[in-house]
Design a protein around this ligand. Sequence first.
Ligand code: NAP
Length: 312
Amino acid sequence: MARHKIAVIGVGKIAQDQHLPVIDASDAFELAATVSTRGLSHNGLPAFRTPAELYAALPDVKLVSICTPPGIRHQYVREALAAGKDVMMEKPPTTTISELDDLIAEARKRGRVLYQTWHSQFNEAVDRTRAILAEEGVSTLRIDWRESVRKWHPGQDWVWEPGGFGVCDPGINALSIFSKIMPFPVFVQSARLTFPANRQTPVDVEITFKSDQKHAPQLSAGFNWLEESGEIWTFSILTRAGNTLLLEGGGRRLSVNGELVVEHGDHEYGAMYAHFARLLDGKKSDVDAAPLRLMSDVFLLGARENGPEFEW
Ligand code: NAP
């Protein structure tokens, strides 16, 4: 079967680390062009400065994958849908719930496929955790999501601007796992957000969640962006059946009562593109707003504190 011609919009860190190599290796997709404000091309393929230039020059390219920061994404996705394209978009989907709702409605109205991705959900260890919690319930759950902004977003000033999410940019990956594995609805009860005094987004966040469960499970999360010792992307869970689950490595390793149950490498983006191909075949969209809703609630309810200034 012919491969789908696709263009990547925004040739930054995640496009270069994941999207372009995964498309290069894919049986289902063929890169046709890039859109880059800096004019970056890939493998000598055409590079356009704006999406409009791409749509005018290569009308037979029917798919785009939008890898820009979230602030521009609503405009770019709307423009792509209006041009008749099916769209895959990076996380966090948009900067507001209203924008995401608008894109869902717009894709439906135009009969286009909209795939809003959450890469951390594509891990077998996450699926195994979900299955165990569905069976055993949750007594306590603690999320620790700590990494270095200097390593993962080197020099990216947009992360510190309003709408840039700050440490909630990686933190929303944790919430995408959380909303997938929890066997009952969860809500933000309270939050504390610490902002560098010279920046507009938080560097450290502590969250307490609540639920409708009579046994009042203890649910909390802590995100930090100044961890230089390596990544700590961990869920520590005690089930109601008394088993202790440790989901580590951003969802790639699960131990139960200290025994390793599943461990695997990084297949997230390959699995996401395979899922996109299935959505295209079935002409179905896939948008999960739950992680963005929870994160928005953190910003709505959170108490603000100022911390030390941040410089790269
Ligand atoms: P990045 O390195 O800053 O790249 C984003 C690219 O988008 C820029 O290089 C630029 O590409 C384009 N761009 C930036 N601002 C733009 C604007 N105002 N208008 C049009 N184009 C613009 O950021 P990133 O780390 O790749 O992150 C992009 C998205 O991927 C974010 O939503 C992030 O949460 C998500 N993500 C990042 C990582 C990671 O490890 N960093 C992991 C998973 C997901 P051109 O110069 O080519 O135009």
